[in-house]
Design a protein around this ligand. Structure first.
Ligand code: URA
Length: 427
């Protein structure tokens, strides 16, 4: 088989055969197909698409490029969640211990952040001593003992995806629905979860800016789940505003702990409970306790402590604090109606909370804290945001991101309508 023939077939809008897909994904992973040939194919797929059969086969080929994790019998049903990424999206942190406290086991194999959305591992690495890399034996043991693991994906899991995603990132071919869907689903299927809830973010702070595009991705992923016998639900959720009041690694861990202790911002609580309910449904735990009650009672907090301690972290250690903090104040009187998610995410990123390139390091304490919520009256000079960083030369760039239209102050309190967090559900 020749890589050029496969590229030409897709360039000419033909369906790829199963043999072509298996061959090119395998040969690319082994280094037998050049990056420029795979880049040409990714561009042809971005422009001409793949149908459901091709996408399911592409996903299978990516799974087959590595090993499936054998998590064996951990004594409870396995169920996982994936978020397409958003600003202040720390939901995984309270969610995994909550779902474990309700009786399921959560194998959350996660990634690091790139750009303005933070990665779950970066957040947890703000906790002194916490370790992201676990062996399969350690993952299995922790699932059996604690019920929840959040760790780095193992190198043997869908290696084709790692290579292809890095190539797509530098060739303008990330934004293809079949390629995004197969990338996400191959890792989750290879991980061996028994059910999957997808949180597909929509809005300025998300990868998918419109409900139509997010719906397309949700449909593609749920269909791949169906084709692979993995019960999958996708929720389309709002990412026009940051989730909660904290954006940045240590700041988000602190907010997640508040939620686990029964407090925290209402939107973070609502989304955590909604996703937990769907995960328990997919896990078949019809008699599980009500996740809203479990969370409010603080009963998920000991699971969090056990989960962090099992990975070497000290859950009671003070979190890093930024050496420099500045505030952003209101420039007029009115009612605060919200902050734009992309603007706040960009500010946090510029303060050092995120990375521009994969090899960059992040500042654990950097980020943004919102001091007011939608509907709060403000006057000119009222502090709206805190900017946190260890490197004060970053303040100027962060301030530029959160000026003008990024912070909405309106004259009419009725213009601050409550937020619809869950926009649609795809099963
Ligand atoms: N996240 C992934 O894991 N893969 C993609 O292709 C895009 C986002």
């Amino acid at each position: 088989m020749s890589a050029v023939d496969v590229v030409v077939a897709k360039r000419d809008c033909r369906e790829l055969t199963a043999e072509q897909i298996d061959w090119i994904v395998g040969a690319y992973t082994r280094g037998e197909v050049a990056d420029e040939q795979m880049a040409a194919l990714a561009m042809a797929i971005l422009l001409n698409g793949m149908d459901d059969r091709e996408t399911a086969r592409w996903t299978q080929a990516m799974i087959d490029s590595g090993e499936r994790l054998d998590l064996g019998d951990v004594g409870r049903p396995l169920v996982d969640k994936h978020s397409t990424g958003g600003v202040g999206d720390k939901i995984t942190l309270p969610l995994a211990p909550l779902v474990a406290a309700c009786g399921a086991a959560v194998p959350q194999l996660s990634g690091r952040g790139l750009g303005h959305t933070g990665g779950t591992l970066d957040k947890l690495e703000a906790i002194p001593g916490w370790r992201a890399s676990l062996s399969t034996d350690e993952i299995r043991a922790q699932l059996a003992d604690v019920g929840a693991v959040i760790c780095a994906t193992t190198p043997s899991l869908a290696p084709a995806d790692r290579k292809l995603y890095a190539l797509r990132d530098v060739t303008g071919t990330v934004e293809s629905v079949p390629l995004i869907a197969s990338s996400i689903m191959s890792k989750k299927i290879a991980e061996g979860t028994g059910g999957l809830v997808l949180d597909v973010k929509v809005g300025t702070g998300a990868f998918m800016k419109t409900t139509a595009r997010a719906g397309e991705l949700a449909d593609a992923m749920t269909r791949i789940g169906g084709a692979h016998g993995l019960p999958t639900t996708a929720l389309l959720t709002d990412m026009s505003r940051p989730l909660g009041r904290a954006v940045g690694n240590a700041l988000e861990v602190a907010e997640a702990v508040e939620v686990l202790r029964g407090g925290g911002p209402p939107d973070v609580v609502e989304l955590t409970v909604t996703l937990a309910g769907e995960m328990l449904r997919l896990a078949g735990l019809t008699d599980a306790p009500d996740p809203a009650e479990v969370l409010a009672s603080g009963a998920a907090y000991p699971v969090w402590e056990a989960m962090i301690a099992a990975q070497g972290g000290d859950p009671s250690a003070p979190l890093p604090r930024a050496r420099h903090v500045e505030t952003v104040t209101a420039d007029r009187d009115g009612v605060f109606s919200g902050a734009d998610a992309l603007a706040v995410g960009t500010a946090a990123w510029r303060l050092g909370a995120g990375r521009a390139r994969k090899e960059d390091s992040v500042q654990a304490a950097a980020g943004v804290r919102l001091l007011v919520g939608p509907g709060d009256p403000v006057q000119a000079g009222t502090p709206l945001l805190e900017l946190h960083t260890d490197t004060p030369d970053r303040f100027q760039g962060a301030r530029r991101a959160v000026t003008g239209a990024a912070l909405l102050i309106v004259g009419d309190p009725d213009a601050t309508r409550p937020r619809d967090l869950v926009l649609d559900t795809v099963r």
